[in-house]
Design a protein around this ligand. Structure first.
Ligand code: COA
Length: 256
């Protein structure tokens, strides 16, 4: 397991900490693999009653590693891509998932929250989905789950403009359970996780299975993945990744 994802089991709660703060917790292929493994472990290890996802540093995650995206766009990505396994595990596990989010949650950092059961935001949390800015499309079944959760026009604006949604709005729109001071984020999230861990595991699993339509979510992810993969290889996306690497704004004007 990569050291950029750490796990710790205590009192039935498996805390999964994303820890690549120097790169703003950008998620690499190895990190997706480690996250996927951690979720998978809860399927067989019954001592894991709740998953708690948190991050080190000043922001939750800057989303997919853009260097990795750039490599994939030129056909130089890894032979095995773990992101699909991570998203599938996240979307289909019946183990409760609590998330603790500070600072920006970019891209998959926001869309993964749609699969978490309890979302605790720090006061400075911001949800950002700049997929279109990168010439991509939103993933993780968010093209279906986000409008279902917050309504079409809000979801469209969020995705099309890619502007940060402050914690207070995320709370008001039903994307989070609580907004808490940054200093108490981890203790509040851990306290909720522990309370859920004390509940009957089987009952929680059956309830979650009924509340989330895993099959429909997977079908939407498959549709998104095909389009995402196609767009990733396109000239617009290549320009967006080059612009990020060169620390300049993208110029899509010559690309039709
Ligand atoms: N992939 C790879 N590296 C990333 C990254 C990402 N998604 N996000 C940040 N980094 C790296 C930067 O390149 C920089 O590396 P360097 O120190 O070697 O130059 C380092 O992390 C710090 O990032 P920086 O941009 O200086 O931090 P910031 O606090 O000013 O801004 C963000 C933070 C998240 C707002 C900004 O980094 C950003 O917009 N990142 C891209 C987000 C994105 O588009 N993700 C994909 C979503 S689908």
């Amino acid at each position: 397991m990569t050291s950029a994802v750490q796990t710790q089991l205590s009192e039935g709660v498996l805390t999964i900490t994303i820890s690549r703060a120097d790169k703003k917790n950008a998620l690499t292929n190895d990190m997706y693999g480690a996250l996927a493994d951690a979720i998978e472990s809860a399927a067989t290890d019954t001592s894991i009653r709740v998953l708690l996802i948190q991050s080190d540093g000043d922001l939750f995650t800057s989303g997919n590693d853009l260097g990795d995206f750039a490599k994939q766009s030129t056909g130089n990505g890894p032979a095995v891509r773990h992101v699909s396994r991570f998203l599938k595990n996240l979307a289909t596990t019946t183990v409760p998932i609590v998330a603790a989010v500070q600072g920006k949650a970019v891209g998959v950092g926001t869309t993964m929250l749609l699969h978490c059961d309890v979302v605790v935001l720090a006061e400075d949390a911001q949800l950002v989905t700049p997929f279109v800015n990168l010439a991509l499309i939103p993933e993780a079944a968010s093209t279906w789950l986000m409008p279902a959760r917050i309504g079409y026009v809000r979801a469209y604006e969020l995705f099309a403009l890619g502007e940060p949604l402050p914690a207070a709005s995320a709370l008001a729109w039903g994307l989070a359970n609580r907004v808490v001071p940054n200093a108490s984020l981890r203790t509040e999230a851990a306290a909720i996780a522990k309370r859920i861990a004390a509940k009957p595991r089987g009952s929680l699993a059956a309830m979650k299975g009924l509340m989330r339509d895993a099959q429909q979510i997977q079908a939407q992810m498959d549709r998104e993945s095909a389009i995402f993969a196609e767009r990733l290889k396109g000239a617009e996306a290549r320009e967006a990744f080059a612009a990020f690497a060169q620390k300049r704004p993208p110029d899509f004007s010559k690309l039709g």
